[in-house]
Ligand binder design. Structure first.
Ligand code: ADP
Length: 419
């Protein structure tokens, strides 16, 4: 996303560039670095996602940007300025930070939490008060209702919203987010992700966002850095490029072997859960057909011919206009897919059907169900999730094998030394 001169809603500060140059972090007592020689450029106004397995160094990398962790070596600059030379108070002003479980101070009200950084950097009371209100409004919370509440009086999703409001309060050009939606239920997470996209559309901050969830990365990222151990960058590219052209086995394993489109080719309609539509026969009395339509969840039913093959789609409006005979009512079924068709074929049929659904037929052309966009999306998501789990399990097994081999080698070496 390109930075703009002013951002409505949140303030005037748009994103800043961030450069990581050969960044390394060694924790005391650990011989191998947690982060090793990471070099990366983030453009102003971009949302960058750091994604990778647990323990690969994502949080450590993120926290070096706002100096919650001091690098062992290497350099970080924000808009060309070395962060180690930036006064800590100024750095708070430049870099907002939001974490999992919101990180709010429990003994402070929502308003006090949001006001924290503006107060620290010396804003006037009046300016802070109006900013708090503006921020609550920005994250979709009613200022009058939430202003004086304590964090424990909020739901997980509301706490997370306040966490984002607090991170943005001093209008920093950079926003760091460490698994901010990791602790909320999937539906709330989905909403919060949508809100972040909306916010970023207005604000054009530079966002660096850490997650281990590749779907979240795809949804939110302008670019995604897939990290392996020690934050080594396996691939740093747009979601589309990573999905369609993963750099290596590690990335494709993490993405889920072959990504969405490829996955569609590998799965048959019979392997996924299709929808059931209410059906009627050509000879059914009109009243029965009305009753079926009224009782169904869809506003459409499928009329089958005498051999139970899909014949016509009938909508409520068609029946209203039918005036006693259905001979001319409805839309003839002109395309069906078999249970053996690939999901890709089904997608093709759904996309070219003007109502976005297609009937599925068995071996003799008989009706067995309906595939629509929702069926396809749900199926693909489930398949990709299963792929990802399998890939992670595979990596885990490989790591264990390697460890076992190392132990055997060490045993051998010490036996030789003893001999
Ligand atoms: P991620 O965010 O990808 O899960 P982290 O950055 O938290 O990974 O951790 C990277 C590695 O550094 C891990 O092996 C972790 O055990 C280690 N580590 C993290 N924090 C500390 C610490 N304070 N002291 C020692 N080792 C740490």
């Amino acid at each position: 996303m390109a930075p703009v001169a002013t951002a409505p809603g949140g303030g005037d500060t748009t994103g800043a560039t961030i450069e990581l140059d050969n960044l390394t972090k060694r924790y005391p007592g650990n011989p191998s670095p947690a982060v090793e020689n990471v070099t990366m450029e983030v453009r102003a106004g971009e949302t960058i996602i750091l994604v990778g397995p647990s323990g690969c160094g994502k949080s450590t990398t993120l926290r070096m940007i706002n100096r919650l962790i001091e690098p062992t070596s290497g350099r970080i600059t924000i808009n060309g300025e070395d962060v180690t030379h930036i006064d800590p108070v100024k750095l708070r002003r430049q870099v907002g930070y939001a974490i999992q479980s919101s990180g709010l101070f429990p003994h402070m009200t929502v308003a006090q939490n949001i006001a924290q950084v503006p107060r620290m950097i010396g804003w006037s009371k009046k300016r802070i008060a109006s900013r708090v209100e503006e921020m609550l409004d920005l994250v979709g919370l009613d200022a009058g209702e939430f202003h004086g509440r304590y964090p424990r009086q909020l739901s997980g999703g509301q706490q997370q919203r306040v966490g984002v409001a607090r991170a943005l309060a001093a209008d920093p050009p950079v926003l760091l987010m460490d698994e901010p939606f990791g602790a909320v239920d999937p539906i709330t997470r989905d909403h919060l992700q949508d809100e972040l996209i909306r916010l970023q559309h207005e604000l054009h901050k530079t966002i660096v966002f850490v997650t281990h969830d590749f779907d979240e990365a795809i949804k939110l990222g302008d670019r995604i850095a897939v990290l392996r151990e020690r934050s080594h960058i396996a691939q740093f590219d747009t979601p589309e490029a990573i999905l369609t052209n993963p750099a290596d086995d590690f990335v494709s394993g993490f993405v889920g072997a072959g990504a969405a489109l490829k996955r569609l080719n590998l799965t048959r309609v019979r392997d996924v859960e299709v929808r059931t539509y209410p059906t009627v026969g050509v000879d059914d009395p009109l009243q029965d057909i009305f009753d079926q339509l009224r009782s169904g969840r869809t506003n459409e039913i499928l009329m089958l011919d005498k051999r139970r093959r899909p014949y016509k789609w009938l909508r409520r409006g068609d029946l209203m206009r039918a005036k006693g005979s259905l001979a001319r009512a409805g839309t003839l079924v002109h395309d069906t897919v078999t249970r053996d068709a690939t999901l890709r074929d089904a997608l093709e049929a759904v996309l070219t059907d003007n109502a976005g659904r297609v009937a599925v037929t068995g071996r003799r052309g008989e009706y067995t169900g309906v595939v629509d966009m929702e069926t396809l999306m749900n199926s693909v998501q489930e398949l990709l999730e299963a792929d990802r789990l399998e890939a992670l399990e595979h990596q885990h097994e490989l790591a264990e094998q390697r460890q076992h081999q190392r132990e055997l080698a060490q045993e051998g070496a010490s036996r030789e030394a003893g001999a």
